[in-house]
Design a binder for this molecule. Structure first.
Ligand code: AMP
Length: 192
């Protein structure tokens, strides 16, 4: 099985391009953010606890997202691999992912980073807020905290995966969706 990580700050376009990548390489796209929003929509206890943290722009506990990821690995069949989007989000999740995969005799295949500037993060999220209606996109304070959380906790993963020889990235700061999709798919062709 292949285990790809689609990496990048909020608003970089991970969700926008994941479907095309997953289809091309027969992967199951797993977005921890989407799974958490589904829990909130279903009104589960987990969803209620996660909502406060998500609305503040903070991360939910590692154990919550890792449980979701392991369940997905255990239950999803009929694909050549997984495309992880929004996970791992900090160094302890990355180390735990390595352990989870090691138990299965597997490892992370490659990390594809989608890079944009902080100004572009704000611009893209502002546009998306109108279209998708996500509460955590609508407030400037939440968006600023998500940018802070990204730099403090998630960005260090770049060095972690570079050290493992598994990190590649593409600049998607400007350009139209189609143009960026072509760039992202070209990167996947190189690393797949
Ligand atoms: P996303 O859709 O990836 O932007 O995620 C939306 C929100 O869900 C994030 O701001 C976090 O609060 C939470 N979240 C998603 N993935 C994770 C993760 N791997 N670890 C912790 N929190 C997460």
């Amino acid at each position: 099985m292949k285990y790809y990580i689609l990496f990048g700050p909020p608003g970089a376009g991970k969700g926008t391009h994941a479907g095309a990548i997953a289809q091309k390489y027969n992967l199951k796209h797993i977005s921890t953010g989407e799974l958490l929003r589904a829990e909130i929509a279903a009104g589960t206890e987990l969803g209620k606890q996660a909502k406060t943290l998500i609305d503040a722009g903070s991360l939910v506990p590692d154990s919550v997202v890792e449980g979701m990821i392991e369940t997905a690995f255990d239950t999803i069949k009929g694909v050549d691999g997984f495309l992880l989007d929004g996970f791992p989000r900090n160094l302890s999740q990355a180390a735990d992912l390595d352990k989870i995969l090691e138990k299965r005799g597997e490892s992370v295949t490659a990390v594809a980073g989608l890079m944009i500037s902080d100004d572009m993060i704000r611009e893209r999220i502002k546009g998306r807020a109108v279209i998708e209606g996500r509460a955590d996109d609508a407030s400037d304070e939440t968006v600023n905290n998500r940018i802070k959380t990204y730099h403090a906790q998630t960005e260090p993963l770049i060095e972690y995966y570079k050290a493992a020889g598994k990190y590649w990235e593409v600049n998607v700061d400007g350009g139209e969706i189609a143009e960026n999709r072509a760039r992202v798919l070209a990167l996947m062709d190189k690393i797949a």
